[in-house]
Design a protein around this ligand. Sequence first.
Ligand SMILES: *[C@@H]1O[C@H](CO)[C@@H](O)[C@H](O)[C@H]1NC(C)=O
Ligand SMILES: *[C@@H]1O[C@H](CO)[C@@H](O)[C@H](O)[C@H]1NC(C)=O
Ligand SMILES: *[C@@H]1O[C@H](CO)[C@@H](O)[C@H](O)[C@H]1NC(C)=O
Ligand SMILES: *[C@@H]1O[C@H](CO)[C@@H](O)[C@H](O)[C@H]1NC(C)=O
Ligand SMILES: *[C@@H]1O[C@H](CO)[C@@H](O)[C@H](O)[C@H]1NC(C)=O
Ligand SMILES: *[C@@H]1O[C@H](CO)[C@@H](O)[C@H](O)[C@H]1NC(C)=O
Ligand SMILES: *[C@@H]1O[C@H](CO)[C@@H](O)[C@H](O)[C@H]1NC(C)=O
Length: 442
Amino acid sequence: MLCSWKSMVLLALASIAIQYTAIRTFSSKPLNILCSVGLIPTGQTVNCSLKELTPDQAERGSNETLANTRPSPNLSLPSKGDAHERTHILILATTRSGSSFVGQLFNQHPEVFYLFEPLYHVQSVLLPRLAQSRNLAERRLMMGAARDLLRSLYHCHLGSLESYIRPHPANHSTDKLFRRGASRSLCSPPVCEVPLGPEDQGLVLTDEGECVKKCGPLNVTLAADACRTMRHTAIKTVRIPQVSDLKALIEDPKLNLKVVQLVRDPRGILASRIETFRDTYRLWRLWRATGRRPHNLDLGQINTVCDDFLKSVSTGLSKPAWLRGRYMLLRYEDVARFPLQKTRELYNFLGLDLDQSVKDWIINNTRGSSDQSSRHKFTTVRDSAANAENWRVKLSLDMVTYTQNACQPLLQLLGYRTVFHSRELRNFSRSLVEDRMFLPFL
Ligand SMILES: *[C@@H]1O[C@H](CO)[C@@H](O)[C@H](O)[C@H]1NC(C)=O
Ligand SMILES: *[C@@H]1O[C@H](CO)[C@@H](O)[C@H](O)[C@H]1NC(C)=O
Ligand SMILES: *[C@@H]1O[C@H](CO)[C@@H](O)[C@H](O)[C@H]1NC(C)=O
Ligand SMILES: *[C@@H]1O[C@H](CO)[C@@H](O)[C@H](O)[C@H]1NC(C)=O
Ligand SMILES: *[C@@H]1O[C@H](CO)[C@@H](O)[C@H](O)[C@H]1NC(C)=O
Ligand SMILES: *[C@@H]1O[C@H](CO)[C@@H](O)[C@H](O)[C@H]1NC(C)=O
Ligand SMILES: *[C@@H]1O[C@H](CO)[C@@H](O)[C@H](O)[C@H]1NC(C)=O
């Protein structure tokens, strides 16, 4: 007991130090950011009221902040509609729910700066080996740090991320950024200038490994510059349990944050995790192989998924005022079945133009493509998009029934049908995904 009490104090101290570093990076610049976190430097009088600003300025803070977060005039792209409105997007997901696929719907857009799981670094510093922590104090600590970092990242203060990278980057340069290659902006000019080779013409490197190999260490300063030249920022994370954990960010008028909650049938998540996380889900594989449920099976993981989904989706669908125009629920199965249509709905909700390159990517990487020889860079993505209901042949009826019992209210809320016989389970002529429209709350 004493031991864990001590480690909590250490954890808290570490977090304060890190948050301090993050805040300090702001302090030379806009004071209104300090207003927003309730920290005013002593000896200074700052009027935090927004009343003096025009509505337009109030939306995004003073033009001082703007100068810091927006493209310089020469770099700004031709604008349409809400020209100056910078939209920040968060994909709220869980592992094996199709979030890499949905992330690509933004990563492929030339005006979106996309980051893949930056919170990985926060988790590995604050909660090493406690990924599944249900401890409330630990969770609060992690969420506080996560929110601070997200806020910094949306303002293109990528330097804040450096505090969490191990070993600590020297000279704002690191080769330890988690899955850097998953982010197109970090693998293309000006962040990465690859010498022209015979076959690649210095274009975007679509292969993750290739990016890391050819680009060398990431220059964080250049990455932050690139972020500022882009119209929008999108961040994907599986490390925020529920939308309510983001309330402070969603309510921040300077952020214009919109959340896309991605959900998937928990039976599909389970089947996919059993294939992917072979150690953690070892006993589930044993169950499948022997037909008998191991008595020490850890049900915590699937209960956590269903519990977080249920609470978060219930919050979203209950339409609290703070989520108006800021929350959209997306079922992975719908994206897999109707990728173009769902992507259009997604972009409509966000108020962004759906770029041709996103459409091209979808056509190349889903069933829509008949050309098997076309680039298979995202083979797993392609397979999962085509096989959203594949779990029906991968789980035994016992496992399915068990999961259904644990997740009953969620299945009902999201429109996933339950089955009780093998012939229902394996009969693909009847989809287990009910047709449902989850309209965004506008
Ligand atoms: C801050 O600005 C508001 C709006 O202009 C004004 O009403 C208020 O008196 C100011 N407060 C201070 C402390 O200057
Ligand atoms: C901020 O905006 C005001 C009014 O729009 C303008 O007069 C001022 O020059 C701007 N300041 C900067 C630093 O751009
Ligand atoms: C921006 O463009 C203006 C005129 O088109 C030019 O004078 C200025 O040097 C440019 N600034 C930068 C930073 O390229
Ligand atoms: C950082 O940059 C300085 C000056 O360019 C150089 O002397 C130093 O060796 C660099 N540090 C590392 C770890 O690369
Ligand atoms: C990163 O890029 C900046 C801006 O171009 C440059 O000044 C700096 O030297 C670069 N850092 C490293 C470590 O190459
Ligand atoms: C789609 O596939 C074609 C043909 O292989 C390729 O030329 C194109 O670059 C691909 N586009 C995207 C966005 O992946
Ligand atoms: C599969 O489901 C369809 C539609 O519900 C039904 O008509 C058919 O008889 C079922 N097939 C089997 C083998 O149960």
